[in-house]
Ligand binder design. Structure first.
Ligand code: FEO
Ligand code: CA
Ligand code: CA
Ligand code: CA
Length: 624
């Protein structure tokens, strides 16, 4: 029974400064705890983590590497299911003396395969640590005062989450070997058939799962991104397959083995010269039911095959489901899926086929300012805004293709090629999407694009080169997620506020934090946008928050900073607004075990982990 409008509309926390340290930095009055680390036991029988005696068997039962998307489903007030993507592996930080996949032990390659995928872990919230300025103190003062009671009266609400002990029936590991189903219109198509799977409906594993989202019925959408890097191929790839594979960066020429992880040394399917269709079975949105650890993950072909970053849902005016998706590559596109059938509230079973039929769209954006006003300097056009209108161009439904020369299955497997033909707008690496719970407007992080030439700047991508990225805001017609027309606007052009090409929704630039390479997004309940970065130009990456409506619109502040070499993934604010989870991914990136750049969080070797952050007096995230 919590209505809208809770949360802190003013983001009163005291912003932290950009900088570098091998720690997680947070604002005053906040506390933090590592919830789960690479190697922590997930499944029954998992051995304690032993860095110098790793095995693939152990890793398949332990928490995987490089945490990216974090999803959360409450199980009552103080328990929950945490879903975490394990995007990829940094072998030179996992194994002493590692050089490359060609010389790696086969067991190391198998460990890396088991460290990919994702995890479901049961977590529970415990009493705070008893810091004397913390919960206990605040409780005494707040109790009995009418004003404080709203917060204090609900009992302990800290964010001190840790792994549950005892029976954990939902815990699960998904890896590069987990059996999965291909579903939707392309399932079974010739393009998806291989020697090992002549039906084209079963695939082993998911790879490079980056961001994601949750459906309104409580399942996880986890998104395969840079899957091209797991394959070798070269000249032996059949000539007629090369163009489509190359559009996804798959290796069809030259030396494709050096610098590769060489999964093909363990499983031949990763060699495209022998199994060219295997790569067509990666690059999907995968739906996983965290409440059913025995269910097969479903690769939903209806949502297209791209380098999927995230998948975020809104319900349309007439009750269908819309899913917004970015394809994270320079000059690639933004997509939307709208289901054919209505979403049935509260029914996991009733919604289990919802993502298999509907329409897949790609975005075309047109600026409404005078032509010729974009020279790549980022200067605002004469009408005072980077904005315009847009359309969602249908690529196919489950039964009909709208792109000449493409079958439905071809649109869904060679989605980038179909979108090229449809005339979609080339964007600056569309990463995460998120809809505001307060207004329904949808936001996309365009992370950067160093390859955009000054002459290629346009209104939706107003800088060339775009070193620091920007945020795009989409307002669907009639605020209906099912609409095919929208207005768009660029409220934030990232960078150092002293750089004249930056823009913070018109807010006083003396009062905003620098930010670059926006990547993952989330919202608090009050409708403030939270942005995490992958490539801060001024110190370590971090998590930022900014109001996108009202008097403080554009007042961007830094909330958290991650350790050396890490990008800041997650982020996720729990429904009760008391915890924010972040996932410092690849701490120590760029170093080695022998010459560590990071030893976070334990002081030995870096371990990608999930961290919970909460207000020491139990206030909503964003409060001072
Ligand atoms: Fe895996 Fe686009 O970041
Ligand atoms: Ca990302
Ligand atoms: Ca997100
Ligand atoms: Ca990124």
């Amino acid at each position: 029974g919590r209505g809208r409008g809770r949360g802190n509309p003013r983001l009163e926390f005291e912003g932290i400064q950009p900088g570098s340290s091998d720690t997680v930095e947070i604002p005053r009055n906040y506390k933090q705890r590592v919830v789960v680390r690479w190697g922590d036991p997930v499944l029954p029988g998992a051995p304690a983590f032993d860095f110098d005696n790793q095995t693939a068997d152990a890793q398949a039962k332990q928490f995987g590497y490089n945490c990216d998307y974090v999803g959360f489903q409450p199980l009552g007030r103080d328990r929950g299911l945490l879903w975490v993507n394990h995007e990829y592996t940094n072998e030179n930080l996992m194994f002493r003396g590692y050089t490359d996949g060609g010389s790696a032990d086969l067991e190391q390659i198998k460990i890396a395969m088991a460290a990919h995928g994702g995890s479901v872990v049961e977590i529970r919230r415990e009493d705070d640590d008893g810091d004397d300025h913390g919960w206990g103190h605040g409780w005494g003062h707040g109790w009995g005062r009418g004003r404080g009671r709203g917060h204090w009266g609900r009992g302990k609400r800290s964010g001190a989450w840790r792994l549950s002990r005892g029976r954990r029936r939902f815990n699960r590991r998904v890896t590069a070997s987990t059996p999965m189903e291909l579903t939707g219109p392309a399932a079974g198509d010739e393009l998806l058939r291989t020697e090992a799977d002549p039906e084209g409906t079963r695939v082993l594993g998911m790879l490079n799962n980056c961001a994601g989202g949750m459906t309104p019925w409580g399942t996880i959408l986890t998104c395969e991104e840079n899957f091209h890097q797991y394959f070798v191929g070269g000249e032996g790839v059949p000539e007629e397959k090369k163009a489509a594979l190359a559009r996804y960066g798959l290796p069809v020429e030259g030396d494709t083995r050096s610098g590769n992880r060489r999964f093909d040394r363990v499983e031949e399917r990763f060699d495209l010269s022998r199994h060219p269709n295997e790569a067509n079975r990666f690059g999907y949105v995968v739906e996983i039911d965290p409440y059913d650890p025995d269910s097969a993950p479903k690769k939903r072909t209806m949502l297209g095959r791209i380098k999927h970053e995230g998948a975020n849902c809104r319900v349309t005016r007439d009750g269908r489901l819309a899913v917004y998706m970015g394809d994270d590559e320079r000059f690639d596109y933004m997509y939307k899926f709208v289901s054919e059938r209505r979403y049935r509230k509260g029914s996991r079973r009733g919604n289990s086929r919802l993502l298999d039929s509907g329409t897949l769209y790609v975005a075309k954006l047109t600026g409404d300012s005078p032509a010729g006003e974009f020279d790549g300097s980022g200067e605002l056009p004469s009408d005072g805004a980077f904005d315009g209108w847009g359309q969602w161009i249908p690529l196919c439904s489950d039964s009909e293709s709208f792109v000449d020369g493409f079958t439905v299955a071809e649109v869904l497997v060679h989605t980038r090629l179909a979108a090229d033909k449809a005339g979609a707008t080339k964007m600056d690496r569309p990463e995460d999407f998120e809809a505001s719970p307060a207004t329904g407007k949808v936001y996309c992080a365009l992370t950067n694009n160093s390859a955009r030439e000054p002459g290629q700047a346009d209104e939706p991508n107003p800088r060339g080169p775009n070193r620091y990225g920007h945020i795009l805001e989409i307002t669907e017609r009639h605020n209906d997620a099912g609409a095919t027309r929208f207005r768009w606007d660029v409220p934030i052009v990232c960078g150092d506020p002293e750089d004249p090409s930056t823009y913070f929704a018109g807010y006083d630039k003396d009062k905003v934090s620098p930010i670059s390479s926006p990547d993952n997004l989330t919202f608090d309940e009050a409708g403030n946008l939270w942005i995490s970065t992958d490539g801060m130009a001024w110190g370590n990456d971090g998590l930022f928050a900014v109001p996108v409506e009202g008097r403080h619109k554009g007042q961007l502040k830094m909330f958290a900073r991650v350790p050396m070499g890490a990008e800041c993934c997650g982020p996720l604010i729990t429904e009760d607004q008391k915890t924010v989870f972040i996932a410092p991914q690849h701490p120590g990136d760029g170093g080695t075990i022998e010459e560590p750049q990071s030893t976070w969080p334990d002081g030995e070797f870096p371990r990608p982990s999930v961290v919970s952050i909460w207000h020491r007096r139990g206030k909503d995230i964003g409060s001072d």
